[in-house]
Design a protein around this ligand. Structure first.
Ligand code: 5GP
Length: 145
C-alpha cells in the first residue's frame, strides 16, 4: 500500500486464480508471473498477464515484479501475435475504478489486432470455455515454437 493506493484485498478474483481456487485457461507461468485468457475477451486471443506478488495496480507494485511482468508481456505478446496471425497488439492496464479497473490485482491486457477490426466493448459477454481453451492451446503452441 502506498499513500495514494488502497490496501490489497486477497479476496480478488485473480488472487483466487493464483491460489488455484478458481480455474483459468493458463498460457504461461513462471516463478513471478502468470498469463491466462480473459473470460470476457475484447477480441480473439485477449490475454491477461499478472504478477504473482500481490499488488493492486501499477502504483503499489514492486519494481522487480513489474520487470518480471514486462518480460512476460513481451514473451506472451509475441506468441499471441503469432498464434492469431495479428497485424499488431494492443496492451493496456487500468488503475482504480476511475481509471477503469474492475479487478484489483495488477494485470495487463494483451489483445491481438487486425487492420480495420475495432476492439469489442469491455462489457462484452463471457466467451465459450471451449473456445477459450482452444485459443489458450494456440498461444501455448506458439510459445513452444
Ligand atoms: P480491468 O477492467 O480490471 O482491467 O479488467 C479485468 C478483466 O478481467 C476484464 O477484462 C474481465 O473480462 C476479466 N475477468 C473478470 N473476471 C474474470 C475471471 O474470473 N477470469 C478471467 N480469466 N478473467 C476475468
Amino acid at each position: 500500500m502506498t499513500a495514494d493506493t488502497p490496501a490489497y484485498d486477497p479476496g480478488n478474483i485473480f488472487a483466487k486464480i493464483l491460489r488455484g481456487e478458481i480455474p483459468a485457461q493458463t498460457v504461461y507461468e513462471d516463478a513471478d508471473t502468470l498469463a491466462f485468457m480473459d473470460v470476457m475477451p475484447q477480441g480473439e486471443g485477449h490475454t491477461l498477464v499478472i504478477p504473482k506478488a500481490p499488488a493492486r495496480g501499477l502504483l503499489d507494485a514492486d519494481p522487480a515484479s513489474l520487470a518480471a511482468v514486462t518480460a512476460t508481456l513481451q514473451r506472451v505478446g509475441r506468441a499471441v501475435k503469432a498464434a492469431f496471425d495479428a497485424d499488431g497488439l494492443t496492451v493496456f492496464q487500468y488503475n482504480e475504478p476511475a481509471g477503469g479497473q474492475t479487478v484489483f490485482h495488477l494485470h495487463f491486457h494483451i489483445v491481438p489486432r487486425r487492420e480495420g477490426v475495432p476492439l469489442k466493448r469491455h462489457e462484452g459477454g463471457m466467451a465459450d470455455p471451449e473456445v477459450l481453451a482452444k485459443h489458450a492451446a494456440r498461444i501455448r503452441a506458439a510459445l513452444e515454437a
